[in-house]
Design a protein around this ligand. Structure first.
Ligand SMILES: [Mg+2]
Length: 200
């Protein structure tokens, strides 16, 4: 076992199955139209404006759209209902978190999601008691692909980079940059299994 004292997990695609966002896309748009009495033309104009502001391509992020339209309450009502009924932990996560806890090591979550979203998932899946810290888009000046994100995390949590292991499913977000800062990294393929502990 290496001298890792802190395990830092990505959330989407690593701890939780992130296909939920695709499944709530249409329900969120329908709910916005109903709540705000929007025509398709006006909803589309809002989507175009949000994508222009955020610089994102592809489907609009429904969080960003709801925030733009002043409807974050609606977003979280729908997300929480969907998460309770339909979200699943990736295989092996609970056992891995238990094992890390038994070893007396610290677990953190580092995500590009917002704090409220991360905490919602930790609550729904009863993971909060395992997790020592959450670092979210609300804590960082930029996303995980930038040095500034990881530098802010290291500073906020008082981390020693060489004592940290970042575990995630995306090379750009979870491996490339933290590695340059001296953190250990583990790129997940498929299930997050406890045998990760013997492979690091
Ligand atoms: Mg991910």
């Amino acid at each position: 076992m290496t001298a890792v004292s802190t395990f830092i997990f990505d959330l989407d695609g690593t701890v939780i199955d992130d296909s939920l966002y695709a499944r709530i896309y249409v329900p969120v748009l329908e709910a916005l139209k109903a709540k705000l009495d929007l025509t398709d033309i006006r909803l589309n104009a809002a989507i175009v404006e949000v994508k222009r502001k955020t610089g994102r391509t592809g489907r609009v992020d429904t969080y960003d759209l709801c925030e733009h339209l002043g409807c974050l309450g609606l977003y979280y009502t729908l997300l929480e209902a969907a998460a309770k009924g339909d979200s699943r932990l990736n295989d092996g996560v609970l056992e891995l978190f238990r094992r890390i806890g038994e070893m007396g090591k610290r677990i953190g979550i580092a995500s590009n999601s917002h704090r409220h979203t991360i905490e919602l998932y930790l609550k729904v899946h009863r993971l909060a008691s395992f997790v020592g810290f959450v670092f979210s888009a609300d804590d960082a000046p930029s996303d995980k692909r930038s040095l500034a994100y990881w530098q802010a995390l290291i500073q906020k949590e008082g981390l020693v980079p060489s004592d940290c292991m970042v575990i995630g499913d995306d090379y750009e977000n979870d491996v490339a940059v933290p590695k340059t800062l001296g953190m250990k990294t583990f790129l997940v393929e498929g299930a997050v299994t406890p045998d990760i502990l013997s492979r690091i």
